[in-house]
Each structure stands twice: as structure tokens, then as C-alpha cells.
Design a protein around this ligand. Structure first.
Ligand code: MEV
Length: 420
């Protein structure tokens, strides 16, 4: 039977019960499950001058159905409401689910050449020698997996320090994010390019504007579930973002809340994704939303997302952080490309849910609910006391630590009096 990601009441279960459900969904071993409560990485293997590791919450977004398959989505993020919002956006889209796909995993690096005596001749020479240059960076192990450097192209750019020759190097990274692969290729080619063009190489580095590696997703939220007012409100919110960069930055930030959280859980480089996403959003000189919404002829709301997502399931910290392996197992993705499609769907769900919440009730209500729960715990509430204190805090509208302590005292006094 197909596994289902709509786990009823998941949010209300305790930690152990949630772990049980996810372990069963993803067939986690006891050892893998234990990684949620034991150290799972050796910081000394990862960065310099380390003092230790810095944990972040690891949550699960439920309800995702993408290309006809159910996924539980691991999200690593410090911000309350993101996991709940993604799950809610996916729940409302669940009747039809998301459709998602991603381009061939192409990443490019660039060699910058300055002081080239004859730029036009250099361009012609690079084109002429393309087969030899490509074979110089042939990597048998990548080729065996169907990848590797497959193209390069010279171009002249005008800069504040005069014209320069840039050679773009294109690599199919298969299941890796690929920055190391393309940087290695650029460093290998740079001396050959210097010889060929008479210029001097400066930078030899990946481009994080991975616009040949776009991921897309779409979903339809029914009019029946949302109602006309909400749909109109979301379309107005979208128009605001399209017209105004001050709003658009926040809208895209919300979309990236979900994408970054999967990115971190899967050991990928969220700074690379952020750089690529925002550069792509501004590709035509006007900063745009990564998502788009329209009303279908039936009056439903259709949402779409398109952005570069250079992510992998091998390499990077996918090996050094053992919880990354667990996250990938929970996701059950079989390729970097599938992961990119899933992330696009999560970004769309996240953005939809943020717009829905703001149009319907404002974002603070959800934040405050969790904040109230945190204050209740901080005041010393235990078990059943936690939701009671949190509910009273929210109802009183005074969500402060001192009020949480006062409510807790009151609840305990009443309970004591009853037992006498
Ligand atoms: C908060 O992290 C994200 C939102 O501000 C996104 C948005 O405004 O659309 C809620």
C-alpha cells in the first residue's frame, strides 16, 4: 500500500509518538532514530576552529503529495509556524497535490581573463579549441554516471576596468550540488585558457545564479476550500509583491523559509540557494516574486513557482552530518533532481500558506500560539498544564512570561484546593 503523509493529529502527539510515526513511514533503524537525541556530527571534520555543534529544531511537514507520491518533509529551522504553515498549505492542496519537476542538474563556473590582447581572436580560439578543452576536464567517474563538463562558451563583458573575457564552463552534476566539481574544472582549464588567449586568469569560481537548473512546481487550491474572498485577497497580495520590492522581498523570504529549511535538513548550501533565488528574481532588472497566482476558469486558485535550485543528495555535508542521511531517507528522494522538485513544492506551499494566513487572520496569531506554549514551558508548566496555560495566555491577550507564571500559579492553586 502507498505510504500516506497526511498523519492525522501529528502535531498533537508527543515527541516519541512523532518519532515512531516517522520511523515507521521511512523504515528508520533504531540507530538512525537515535540520532535525533545524540550528537550526529563531528564539527572538527567540518569547519575550522570549532568549539562544538549548534543544534536547530528538526521538524516534519506533513500532507505533501507531489507527482502522485506522498512525502514527509524534514525541515530544520528556528522559526515557529513555518512547519505548521507548510503542512497546512500542503493539506489544502492535497486533493490534487503538487506537480513538480526540475531541469538537468547543470551548474556553471567561470574563468575570468584580463589583459587579453585581442578579445575577438581569443573568443574564436576558445571556440576552436573547445573539444580539446572539454577533454582536458573529462572526469571518467562523472562520465560513468552520465555527467561531467559538457560545454563551454566564451563571452566578452564590459567592466569598470575595461573589457574582460569570461569563459563559462557547464557541468552536469548528476546528484551532487556540484560547486566543487565546477570549481575544479575551472581551475584545471584556467592555465590552458591563459595560454590560448594570452590573458591572465583572475577568478575561477562557480556561479550561484544557476539559471540552467530551474525547479518548478504548481498546485491548485479549490474555491470550495478557500472561498472567493480569500482567493481575491491572495491575488491582491500577489499584485502588491509584483509592484513593490519592499513587499516582494518579504514574500520571497516566506517562500525561502520552506526551501532553506529542507536545504539545511538535507545538508545543502542555503546561502547558494538564497543568492541564486534572489538574483533570479531580479533577472530582468525588476525584482519579482518567485511565485505566481491566477484564478482558473473554475474560480480555483492556481499557484506556480520557478527558481534555480542547485541541490544534491551526495557530496558536501551529506556524509559528515549523519542526520542528513536520515532526512534524505525520510524524504525518500532518489536523485538531486527529485529533491529540487520537492523543494519547489515546499516553497510554493509555504508561500501560499503565509499569504493565506495573512489575508485571513494576520500572521501573529500562529506565532503567538507557539510563543504562548514556549512561555508556559518556561514558566514550569508540565504535561496538561502547558496547553491550559498557553490557551489562557492567548485568551487574555497578555502573552508575557510573568503572566504565564501567574496563570500557572493559579491553575496549581485551584487544583490543590480541589484535592483538599
Ligand atoms: C515570515 O518568516 C514570513 C512572512 O513574512 C512571509 C510573508 O509575509 O509572505 C510571513
Amino acid at each position: 500500500m502507498d505510504k500516506r503523509s497526511d498523519l492525522p493529529g501529528f502535531y498533537a502527539k508527543n515527541l516519541q509518538e512523532r518519532r515512531d510515526l516517522v520511523a515507521a513511514f521511512a523504515s528508520l533503524t533504531d540507530e538512525e532514530r537515535a540520532l535525533f537525541s545524540t550528537p550526529h556530527l563531528d564539527p572538527e571534520l567540518m569547519i575550522e576552529n570549532s568549539l562544538g555543534a549548534f543544534p536547530l529544531p528538526f521538524g516534519i511537514a506533513t500532507n505533501f503529495r507531489i507527482n502522485g507520491r506522498d512525502y514527509l518533509i524534514p525541515l530544520v529551522i528556528e522559526e515557529p509556524s513555518v512547519v505548521a504553515a507548510a503542512s497546512h498549505g500542503a493539506k489544502l492542496a492535497r486533493p490534487t497535490g503538487f506537480r513538480a519537476d526540475a531541469d538537468r542538474p547543470v551548474l556553471k563556473s567561470m574563468v575570468q581573463l584580463v589583459g587579453v590582447p585581442d578579445l575577438q581572436r581569443a573568443v574564436a580560439a576558445v571556440r576552436d579549441q573547445k573539444p580539446a578543452l572539454l577533454s582536458a576536464c573529462h572526469e571518467p567517474s562523472m562520465a560513468a554516471r552520465g555527467g561531467g563538463v559538457f560545454d563551454l562558451e566564451p563571452r566578452i563583458i564590459e567592466t569598470g576596468r575595461g573589457p574582460m573575457l569570461i569563459v563559462d564552463i557547464f557541468c552536469d552534476c548528476v546528484d551532487a550540488m556540484g560547486a566543487n566539481l565546477v570549481n575544479t574544472a575551472a581551475e584545471k582549464l584556467a592555465p590552458l585558457l591563459e595560454e590560448l588567449t594570452g590573458g591572465s586568469r583572475r577568478l575561477m569560481i562557480v556561479s550561484n545564479l544557476a539559471d540552467r537548473r530551474l525547479a518548478r512546481a504548481e498546485a491548485t487550491w479549490s474555491r470550495e476550500l478557500l472561498g472567493d474572498d480569500l482567493i481575491e485577497g491572495i491575488l491582491d497580495a500577489q499584485a502588491f509583491a509584483e509592484a513593490d520590492p519592499y513587499r516582494c522581498a518579504t514574500q520571497n523570504k516566506g517562500t525561502m523559509n520552506g526551501i532553506d529549511a529542507v536545504c539545511i535538513a538535507t545538508g545543502n548550501d542555503f546561502r547558494a540557494l538564497e543568492a541564486g533565488a534572489h538574483a533570479y528574481a531580479a533577472r530582468d532588472g525588476h525584482y519579482r516574486s518567485l511565485t505566481a497566482y491566477e484564478k482558473t476558469p473554475d474560480g480555483d486558485l492556481r499557484g506556480r513557482i520557478k527558481l534555480p535550485l542547485a541541490v544534491g543528495i551526495v557530496g558536501g555535508s551529506t556524509k559528515t552530518n549523519r542526520l542528513v542521511q536520515v532526512a534524505l531517507k525520510i524524504l525518500g528522494v532518489r536523485s538531486g533532481r527529485e529533491l529540487a522538485g520537492v523543494m519547489a513544492a515546499v516553497g510554493l506551499a509555504q508561500n501560499f500558506a503565509a499569504l493565506r494566513a495573512q489575508v485571513a487572520e494576520g500572521i501573529q496569531k500562529g506565532h503567538m500560539k507557539l510563543h504562548a506554549k514556549n512561555l508556559a514551558v518556561a514558566a514550569g508548566a508540565q504535561g496538561e498544564e502547558i496547553p491550559r496555560v498557553a490557551a489562557r495566555l492567548a485568551a487574555d491577550g497578555t502573552v508575557t512570561a510573568s503572566h504565564a507564571a501567574a496563570i500557572l500559579r493559579q491553575i496549581r492553586q485551584t487544583a490543590e484546593a480541589r484535592h483538599k
